[in-house]
Write a protein that binds this ligand. Structure first.
Ligand code: ATP
Length: 292
């Protein structure tokens, strides 16, 4: 059997950190939104008992360090599968960018293994497997607009946000999520975004109120080291974005626009002036893996 799955990236419309737990994990309160930037994964079953992964970018690991490999291995071992899988990864989501690229590939790998070997694993159980691979993987299985709490595993589905154009721009720097959380002093934060207010605005389908409430406490750490992020935010707002924010631990910046032409013109400006190489104007995406 051969088939392809799209693994979509995400942005955080809101990201708050409530506290650092004794075990080192951070308790978060985030508004997640899937966007139409995606990696493609092609799955094929093979007779040999192996996981063969290849990728279109030479710097990506293709062994145990790749979350796709780990997801396949987890399912193969738990279900005693003696056959193998060949996966071709076509990466388009910026890497180490705060868009959950690795996590969404892991989610697609779990969904793909379920389908390839006819395992009939429920979505809830796939999410439990996902959590073993990374805090954002359960959300990447769920997709759409959601509130994410705990360390990312307590998920509440929200209605889709109103239609808008999202300009995504990744400056040419890589940011390690681990570094950002290690340098965050959760107990010393003086600002917290109004996540509850944003949830109300999402229910009210009020894009202006949603964008007014955008905020990300991780900006304090990442922008401090990479001021280009603040420059890109300013350019987006001057160019007509309703608001602009860093996604996750960065460095990707996104802006929400009502007008597609304005979003595209800011995208061109950012590219032409070498603020970013990777920039896209995309729509929010709210179709789950299990939706028909
Ligand atoms: P998040 O938003 O979840 O913090 P991120 O965008 O910051 O994710 P990723 O793109 O997931 O970061 O990649 C971080 C690192 O993980 C990469 O440097 C890479 O070595 C490793 N990695 C493992 N599997 C993958 C994968 N399938 N795709 C991309 N990177 C992967």
């Amino acid at each position: 059997m051969i088939f392809e799955l799209n693994a979509y990236g995400k942005i955080n419309l809101g990201l708050d950190v409530l506290r650092r737990r004794e075990d080192g994990y951070h308790e978060v309160k985030m508004i997640m939104q899937t966007v139409k930037v995606y990696d493609k994964l092609e799955f094929c079953d093979i007779d040999d008992d192996k996981i063969e992964l290849s990728a279109n970018m030479p710097f990506l690991p293709v062994g145990e360090d790749n979350l796709i490999y780990r997801a396949c291995d987890l399912i193969k071992k738990d279900y005693g599968i003696k056959r193998g899988v060949r996966i071709k990864l076509n990466k388009h989501i910026p890497v180490a960018a705060g868009m959950a690229g690795g996590s969404t590939d892991a989610a697609a790998a779990l969904i793909g293994m379920n389908k390839l070997f006819g395992l009939k694993i429920s979505e809830d159980k796939l999410m439990d497997y996902g959590l073993k691979l990374g805090a954002d993987v359960p959300y990447c299985i769920m997709r759409g607009t959601a509130l994410s709490e705990g360390i990312g595993e307590v998920l509440t589905k929200l209605p889709p946000i109103p239609s808008c154009y999202i300009l995504i721009a990744k400056p040419p720097i890589s940011v390690s999520t681990k570094m950002v959380y290690e340098n965050l002093h959760a107990d010393r934060l003086t600002y917290h975004p109004d996540i509850d207010g944003m949830i109300e605005a999402i229910h009210a389908k009020d894009l202006r109120k949603i964008t007014d409430r955008m905020g990300n406490v991780l900006e304090t750490v990442t922008i401090d080291r990479y001021p280009i992020i603040a420059d890109i935010k300013d350019i987006m707002i001057e160019g007509g974005a309703m608001n602009s924010l860093m996604s996750g631990s960065g460095p990707t910046v996104f802006g929400i626009f009502e007008d597609e032409d304005r979003a595209r013109s800011v995208m061109r400006y950012l590219r032409n002036n070498r603020y970013v190489k990777q920039a896209f104007v995309v729509l929010p995406f709210n179709v789950g893996y299990m939706d028909r």
